[in-house]
Design a protein around this ligand. Structure first.
Ligand code: BES
Ligand code: ZN
Ligand code: ZN
Length: 506
């Protein structure tokens, strides 16, 4: 979606529809005076609908009213009750974009003052509305002939109220556009089917980032063997599409001395391997590369927005299939760190590939902190649902800072603990650690504790995004409207916010 800014009132900008934000009414609130001019243009229909309580400004309420002057429509978008938040505006923008799809509405103008409502800073509102409209109208259509077209262009009308802030709002919109570009790119990557999106394909996508000034290195099987990345090689050995490790580097700007590593699970398809998964829903396991895609998206955003710190992205890419060469339960593999893993379940493959990538990032780059992002466990989905990811780690400050970035972006994180009991539980009788534990309790914590073994003393946080990485059809109505069906790119906005805002939390 093309996003523009105009100093005039939205009503003066030619478009197919004018979007008006509506704060939820109290018990007997009167018709909002800010909408008097618009009400006149529809012969008083807005006020009548309000009086009849057909329009109340509730969250996710969207009402289309045609103008009597035939100059298009007004779309009343419910914002919910005060106090308004950035997420309320993000939800409102996304809901509006979704409901306008397939109605022949190509251009909209947005009456910004009705969304800020004297409460939300205009720059925050601009970003939230831009995100809502863009993320809510996204569909993955690469392989579909027929589709319902979405809104193509939105102009934010500043009007008298926000006209004087034009300069700063232009900057806010331009930064949002760059970030959103990275988010949509990430969604396209993660939605790509597994017959196309092989480990080598992901590496090629990473290589396309060199255009933006990022350095990219791809390690093939031969190089992985040389490096001693026995985890990635084991997981990838059942597939004809060989594994890859990919390193992407953003050299950084004003804080070049500081390095943050972000590591992503890039399982292009997870059949479970010999410990095979049930058939029902297995197609969803194309999203098991969502962590790696989020890392790529974050690096793209970091480059576009010129993040101050140096960022190292490491992707651990493999396809977890069954085949003659597949790794088996009972195998013991030696990883990059030298530590050995007893494979007790080939479906707990994410932690096995990440063990190499984490240890490699720590050993080669000595990062000040390391964050991994992975669709690691079904247990995370069970514990926290689809709208929140779990965060565990060895550093409270880092974990809390990430929780804060989550609150700022609407990509929510919930902290969980790692304890010595869990450290005992991942110990193996025949190797240094085992990749799954029976009975299956505290799955997120066991996964986290396993990964902890490979980061040494480096401050580390692990994001288990198995819940929010993609929106499922059956539960779509419980997901925020800016998470349409399929890949959400969860983590890109959160991690970018963390990287850009980092000076503040130091
Ligand atoms: N990729 C899955 C986790 C997953 C489940 C992601 C649902 C997204 C949605 C992961 O590799 C896996 O299978 N984990 C196992 C671990 C177990 C064998 C210890 C799980 O969660 O059951
Ligand atoms: Zn698995
Ligand atoms: Zn997996």
């Amino acid at each position: 979606m093309k996003l523009l800014l105009d100093r005039r009132e939205a009503i003066q900008v030619a478009s197919d529809a004018v979007l008006l934000g509506l704060v939820e009414a109290g018990k007997d609130s009167s018709f909002p005076p800010a909408l008097a001019a618009e009400n006149k243009l529809v012969g008083g229909a807005l006020e009548r609908a309000w009086a009849a309580k057909e329009v109340r400004g509730k969250r996710r309420e969207v009402t289309i009213v045609h103008r009597s002057d035939r100059a298009g429509r007004f779309v009343l978008v419910g914002l919910g009750p005060r106090p308004l938040t950035a997420d309320a505006l993000r939800v409102a923008g996304a809901e509006a974009a979704k409901r306008l799809r397939g109605k022949g509405i190509r251009t909209v103008s947005v009456a910004l003052p009705t969304f800020t409502a004297g409460e939300v800073p205009a720059a925050v509102a601009v970003q939230a509305i831009a995100e809502g409209l863009t993320l809510g109208s996204y569909q993955y259509l690469q392989y579909k002939a027929n589709n319902e077209p979405s809104v193509e262009e939105a102009t934010l009308g500043l009007g008298r109220v926000h006209g004087s802030e034009e300069g700063s709002l232009k900057r806010a919109l331009s930064e949002s556009t760059k970030l959103l570009d990275a988010v949509l790119w990430t969604r396209d990557l993660a939605n790509t089917p597994p017959n196309i999106a092989t480990p080598a394909w992901l590496a090629t996508q990473a290589e396309s980032l060199t255009e933006l000034g990022l350095k990219v290195a791809v390690f093939d099987e031969k190089k992985l063997l040389e490096l001693g990345c026995g985890g990635i090689l084991a997981v990838g050995s059942g597939s004809r599409h060989p594994p890859r490790m990919v390193v992407v580097e953003w050299p950084g700007g004003s804080r070049k001395g500081r390095t943050v590593a972000i590591v992503g699970k890039g399982i292009t398809f997870d059949s479970g391997g010999i410990s095979i998964k049930p058939a029902l829903g297995m197609q969803e396991m194309k999203f098991d590369k969502a962590g790696a895609c989020a890392v790529l998206g974050t690096l793209r955003a970091a480059a576009m927005l010129k993040a101050p710190t140096r960022v190292i992205g490491v992707l651990a890419c493999a396809e977890n299939l069954v085949g003659e060469g597949a790794y088996r339960p009972g195998d013991i593999v030696r990883t990059y760190s030298g530590k050995t893993i007893e494979v007790t379940n080939t479906d707990a493959e994410g932690r096995v590939v990440l063990s190499d990538a984490l240890a490699y990032a720590v050993d080669k780059y000595h990062p000040d902190e390391i964050i991994d992002i992975a669709t690691l466990t079904g247990a995370a989905l069970v514990a926290l649902g689809e709208n929140m990811a779990a965060v565990v780690g060895n550093n409270e400050r880092l974990e809390n800072a990430l929780v804060g970035s989550g609150l700022a972006t609407g990509e929510l994180l919930w902290r969980l603990p790692l304890t010595d009991t869990h450290r005992e539980m991942v110990r193996s009788d025949v190797a240094d650690v085992k990749n799954s534990v029976e009975p299956k309790v505290a799955g997120v914590l066991i996964g986290g504790t396993f990964l902890e073994q490979f980061v040494g003393e480096t401050p580390w946080a692990h994001l288990d995004i198995a819940g929010p990485a993609y929106a499922r059809l059956g539960t779509l109505k419980y997901c925020p409207p800016y998470h349409p069906l399929g890949a959400t790119a969860f983590g890109v906005r959160l991690l970018t916010e963390y990287l850009l805002g980092e000076t503040a939390v130091q």
